[in-house]
Write a protein that binds this ligand. Structure first.
Ligand code: ZN
Ligand code: ZN
Length: 285
């Protein structure tokens, strides 16, 4: 089946008055128009269903810990998302719901999530599977590009983790190092930090005071304040972030406006949180 993609802009109406919004969405999703008695157009019904799925999803939980989720709300969110997918539409929140339920079903200590009522959500599983295949193809394509020119797409400082979505997103060393080993960096900070090592290739006879050469770029500082977390050079970079809710694997964070240093700070903070979380759990057991 081909799915049309819905934008989630309409979801912001939700916070204002959830109960009356729910009642309206239920009418729109499942009833006929009171004035004309005509069926409500599919394009409008699916938006109501997507809103219903989102509102149930919001009700499931007060925090990001899957162990505390209300499994009935999770299921209702899944059912609305499944109804919407059955009509051939998919929104970002539906994909999010489907993927998170799938992760929940893999947790050994949440057997309720493997109840057959979840297995029945066939259309939801279909959109999740379609999206997963799409993401795998995108990743494969990207990996192939990067493998051909790793020096151009990945910041050369060990442990940095910033990648450019295009070659032009990173700064190339402007020194005399050979083209096939010429490194690229996400920031001048990273280049400076790598210079001690790179200097041996770039300037084999360099004196200690020699500075690295790099194309002009906005200066990056190690300590970031909020004002300095933003850049305007329009270059798109990405970083792999730990998956907070799933707790395993990573998800890419892609940005044209966050500075690489800020993105790394965010990643490191999330990693710290996950470590503390894991510590708490092992203490509890
Ligand atoms: Zn870097
Ligand atoms: Zn060089």
């Amino acid at each position: 089946m081909n799915f049309a993609f819905l934008s989630d802009k309409h979801l912001h109406t939700l916070e204002k008055n959830e109960d009356s919004a729910m009642a309206w969405w239920m009418q729109i999703a499942f009833e006929t128009s009171p004035e004309t008695n005509a069926p409500i157009p599919r394009g409008i019904r699916v938006r109501a269903l997507s809103c219903l799925a989102n509102s149930q999803w919001e009700l499931k939980v007060t925090e990001d810990d899957p162990d505390t989720w209300n499994i009935d709300s999770v299921h209702r969110a899944g059912v609305f998302a499944d109804d919407c997918a059955a009509l051939g539409f998919v929104s970002a929140i539906m994909l999010h719901i489907g993927m998170k339920i799938r992760e929940l079903r893999a947790l050994p200590h949440v057997p309720e999530a493997r109840h057959p009522r979840f297995t029945k959500l066939e259309y939801l599983w279909e959109i999740v599977e379609t999206r997963n295949q799409e993401m795998a193809r995108e990743k494969q394509k990207r990996d192939q590009t990067v493998v051909k020119a790793p020096n151009a797409y990945v910041c050369a400082l060990k442990g940095c983790g910033i990648e450019g979505t295009r070659k032009s997103a990173l700064l190339r060393c402007a020194g005399k190092c050979p083209a096939d080993v010429k490194p690229s960096y996400c920031s001048k900070e990273c280049q400076k930090a790598d210079w001690k090592k790179h200097k041996l290739i770039c300037k084999p006879n360099a004196a200690a005071k020699d500075k690295p050469h790099v194309a002009d770029a906005p200066a990056a500082k190690t300590k970031m304040t909020i004002g300095e977390s933003i850049r305007t050079d329009g270059k798109e970079v990405r970083i792999e972030m730990p998956d907070i809710i799933g707790g395993s694997g990573t998800i890419p964070l892609v940005s044209k406006t966050m500075t690489p240093e800020f993105m790394k700070d965010v990643r490191d903070e999330v990693e710290k949180l996950l470590v503390t979380d894991a510590d708490k759990r092992s203490e509890a057991n």
